[in-house]
Design a protein around this ligand. Structure first.
Ligand code: LLP
Length: 431
């Protein structure tokens, strides 16, 4: 099937990591997020080994936890011995509570408030990824008031168009993130950072966007960053010892997506780095990557119960499910493609086409339009594949729908890792 943790079992049901999804739906109810935790651990370890292989000791992956933030994920990252990227007080709190070693947390964001900065320092966050001069001044003020020193990287915009959805492009010059090389503001901010007494310069960061299938923009970004590192050396005499090249590697959501070879992209980037370093006469820095989607997307799927199948004569057919935009807003936001199937008829042929609609009171609440499916009826279990990234983490309570539970499957069996929200949870902050 689409990914190698998926299969069809002897009952003709969809299975993930060998667990029958229809049994999971019956046992835990729907809508239900399912996460193959062994897959997540293996992808952390795979990245860790490949990054060490191609970029040497000290190079490492940092899981971009905006893709999926919950305590179990940070426990897996800790077990794998990798770092994390966190973007808010909430992610910091969750990681800390899960016992993650916070010195290996990298704090991102284009607007860290004073409260965020204080909370991150209180929580022992190891490294700030500074976005701009205002943030740098605020960080210097707080660290000097406390008499502490913190590590920082600077987010630089390399000026690259990676050909992906415009909502997830981040490395172009006109971007809300970071400081641009092209305008001279990156160099200006490096100098300001080096002049801060309480901030220890760890290196530079860039991230060009997400769900990118073309390998070239990654190699190009690496080349641009090494040339900038050479300029920094020339202008300040400082050798940049670490370079974070962000995340963004593509993931296969449907059979139409290309296969993405993670080892090949890393080896291409390594060659580009070697060449740029030789050209510019700088030594290769430690390299960090921040994969989010490619670590967890294929580890997840979502199960729903079909409520109705309705054909509008002369138009099209709708399958209504008991979840939708609140648990997966990605089609509504980006028209993202997904593979859908009827989990209890997974072995049967997909002979119809239908639009999978959520249960919210708005027409845009769709999971997928005009998708191939097995014929289905009320009570069937509909699975949406590859929902491990940016689904739970982007979920809302629109229409006061409780967020689904997440069940982990893997070596430890099947167990709840995030409880289903109750109606009491929904009103808990109402006065
Ligand atoms: N590092 C930084 C600084 C980022 O901003 C991101 C993603 C990543 C790493 C991880 O990128 P990934 O490997 O997951 O592509 N909500 C959108 C995706 C937004 C990505 C935001 N930044 C979606 O559902 O497609």
């Amino acid at each position: 099937m689409l990914h190698n943790n998926l299969s069809i079992n002897e009952k003709g049901n969809l299975a993930i990591s060998g667990f029958d999804t229809v049994e999971l739906a019956n046992k835990y109810g729907t809508p239900l997020y399912v996460l193959d935790t062994d897959y997540v651990l293996n992808s952390c370890l795979k990245y860790k080994n490949l990054i060490e292989k191609y970029f040497g000791e000290g190079s490492k992956p940092l899981f971009a936890s905006k893709a999926l933030s919950c305590m179990e994920i940070y426990r897996i990252a800790k077990k794998a011995g990798i770092g994390i990227d966190v973007v808010s007080g909430g992610e910091i709190y969750t990681a800390n509570k899960a016992g993650f070693p916070m010195e290996n947390a990298y704090f991102h964001g284009n607007n860290k408030t004073d409260a965020d900065i204080k909370f991150a320092l209180d929580s022992g966050v190891g490294c700030f990824v500074v976005d701009n001069l205002d943030e740098l001044a605020a960080l210097q003020k707080e660290t000097s008031a406390r008499g502490v020193t913190v590590r920082a990287m600077l987010r630089v915009s390399p000026g690259i168009d990676p050909h992906t959805h415009k909502a997830v492009v981040t490395g172009s010059v006109d971007s809300k993130f970071g400081v641009a090389i092209e305008t001279g503001q990156a160099m200006e901010t490096v100098k300001a950072l080096l002049a801060c007494d309480n901030i220890q310069f760890e290196g530079l960061h860039c991230h060009i966007g997400s769900q990118i299938f073309d390998y070239n923009p990654f190699a190009e970004a690496a080349d641009i960053m090494i040339r900038f590192i050479a300029d920094v050396k020339k202008e300040t005499g400082v050798t940049v010892s670490a370079l974070n090249l962000g995340g963004g590697f593509g993931v296969k959501y449907t059979d139409e997506d290309a296969d993405f070879d993670y080892e090949k992209v890393l080896s291409d980037i390594a060659s580009s780095l070697e060449k740029a370093c030789a050209d510019c006469g700088v030594s290769r820095p430690r390299i960090y990557f921040e994969p989010g989607r490619s670590m967890v997307a294929a580890a997840g799927l979502t199960l729903y119960t079909v409520g109705s199948f309705k054909t509008i004569t002369g138009y099209k057919s709708y399958v209504s499910i008991d979840g939708g935009l609140p648990d997966n807003p990605r089609y509504a936001l980006y028209q993202s493609k997904y593979t859908c199937l009827i989990a209890n008829k997974a072995g049967e042929e997909k002979t119809i086409r239908a639009t999978v609609a959520g249960r919210c009171c708005e027409s845009g609440d769709l999971i997928q339009e005009d998708v191939a499916l097995q014929p289905c009826k009320r009570g069937d279990v509909l699975a949406v594949l590859v929902t491990g990234a940016y689904n739970y983490s982007m979920a809302s309570n629109y229409n006061r729908l409780p967020r689904p539970a997440m069940v982990g499957v893997g070596e430890e069996g099947d167990r709840i890792i995030i409880r289903r929200e109750s109606y009491d949870d929904i009103v808990k902050n109402d006065i």
